[in-house]
Every structure is written in C-alpha cells, then in structure tokens.
Design a protein around this ligand. Structure first.
Ligand code: ZN
Ligand code: ZN
Length: 276
C-alpha cells in the first residue's frame, strides 16, 4: 500500500480496487475450489474451457458496472427527490436499519428479478445476457461471465425501487448502507449459486436460492425448462410470478442455442454493433 501513495488520486483508487479484487479472488477461490472438489455433483477435471475469459470478466465486472451506475443512479435519485415530497424520505429515514435492510433485500430482489426476466424476454437485452448463458459447464466463476451492460441493467433494476421507496438515502452524507449491503450480499450469493456443489437446503429451497435452483436457470435441456428461476437470492419471488422450477435432480445439459463469439473483445462489441 505504501507504493501506491505516490500515485495520483485516480490511480490510487484504481490500484486499491485492483488489490481489493485480487484479494477477493483469492478468498473466493480458497472457498469454492475445495468445495467443488469435495462436494461435486459430477466430478470434473481441474480447469475448463473459458477459464481465462471468465477471469477477465471477473475484473471487468468489478469495475465497469459500478462506474456505469454512478451517473444514472444519481440522476434517478435527484429526479425522485424532486417529484416525491421530501417528508416521505425523512420518515423513511427514521425506519429501523434492520427493517430497511430486510425490505431493501426483498424490493431489490423483485427489481432484479424483473430486470433479469426482461433480459430473457426482450431480444435486444438478450443480445447482452446470452453471454452469461453461453457457459456449458457452470461453476462459481461463471458468476462473473456477463456483459458489463447486462450487469449494469439488472443492478439498475434492483437499485431503482430501493431509491423510489426511500430504503436507500442517496442525499445523505453517510455511506448509503442498504444498497451497498444488498449489492454485496447479492454478489457473494451469486458466486455460491453458480458453484458446482451438491448442497441442497431441503424444505428451505423455496426461501433461499441454492446452486441447484440457479443451475436450472442455466439448463438447455428441454424447451419447457428454459426461462425459469430468475431470482438470485429469494426463489419465492419466482413462485410468486410463476417461473419456479426445481426438480430433485440437477440438469444434464447447460448453455444456450444462441451463438456467442469465442473471444472477450468480440463478446463485448458484438451485442453493441448493429445486427443485420
Ligand atoms: Zn439468465
Ligand atoms: Zn447464472
């Protein structure tokens, strides 16, 4: 850390972010690599296709969605504070922190659910989201394989209702605890639900997302199993909107029939460029 003290403030922030992301990668690998080796539903050799590109996406998704979100979220916050009377937010700020966190989880999950569902149902959004579904072997690191604009969109959909309902307090001077905590828990749980581990939660599986729940979201086994399980954390949201699908076994086939380019650069630019 002493070496980065000589850099410009922007470079210091960037260097600190790189160090933070490297440290998290080590922690996540230390948790999930042994877990996937000891509790695999289907044993696999170490290493797999697309490992290098998923590492690139790990760092891209650590930087870009956060940067892309700053201005739109500040704009949304400013607009809703103009439109909705200030007294509403003053009263919302008095709610107990535990309630704002719990409500933020639920409201954020419902927003994320719809952002994710629209990413499947609207062809323009699927151009970006299909990259995440191109994984034919799903494990913890597939969590990061996503187009930065896809990540931006689903996160944006999760954050906006929190700001509208006053669960997030963007105009205060303190750290905005609710969206930070909800995003952090969501990101960590995202690695878990992609992990290639056989853990099941029995009667609690409608309540909290498991790897089996999300692996069924990634299946390409049969048409009737597509477009299910959009929730990242709370499967009952899928039950509520009629997209819950969780058999006892795991899927036999993963991936998508949508063609996705092989290299990271093409994967990033192909959805943005006009399609013939
Ligand atoms: Zn999806
Ligand atoms: Zn996924």
């Amino acid at each position: 850390m002493q070496q980065i003290a000589h850099l410009s403030p922007q470079l210091q922030t960037f260097a600190a972010d790189v160090i933070r992301l490297c440290a998290w990668l080590v922690i996540l690998a230390a948790i999930f690599i042994p877990a996937e080796r000891f509790w695999p539903p289907d044993p696999r050799p170490v290493g797999r296709k697309s490992l290098a590109s998923d590492l690139v996406y790990y760092f891209l998704s650590g930087f870009l969605p956060k940067m892309l979100l700053a201005v739109p979220i500040a704009t949304v916050a400013a607009v809703i504070h103009l439109v909705i009377p200030g007294g509403f937010y003053a009263r919302a700020a008095l709610l107990p922190v535990w309630f704002r966190i719990a409500a933020g989880m639920v409201v954020g999950e419902i927003g994320t659910y719809w952002g994710h569902r629209w990413s499947h149902e609207i062809p323009f959004l699927w151009r970006f989201h299909s990259l995440h579904h191109s994984a034919e072997e799903v494990d913890w690191l597939v969590n990061t394989r996503a187009h930065p604009l896809d990540m931006f969109f689903t996160r944006f959909c999760g954050l906006v209702p929190m700001y509208v309902l006053g669960l997030a307090q963007p105009m205060g001077n303190r750290l905005d605890l609710v969206p930070v905590l909800v995003t952090l828990v969501g990101t960590m749980w995202g690695f878990f639900i992609h992990a290639n581990v056989s853990w099941r939660f029995g009667p609690l599986e409608w309540l909290v997302a498991t790897p089996a729940f999300h692996h069924w979201h990634h299946t390409n086994e049969a048409p009737e199993t597509l477009d299910k399980n959009y929730a990242a954390l709370l499967p009952w949201v899928d039950k509520l909107f009629g997209t819950f699908h969780l058999p006892d076994r795991l899927p036999r086939k993963y991936g998508t029939d949508t063609p996705v380019p092989a290299g990271v650069v093409d994967q990033i630019f192909e959805p943005i460029l006009p399609h013939k």
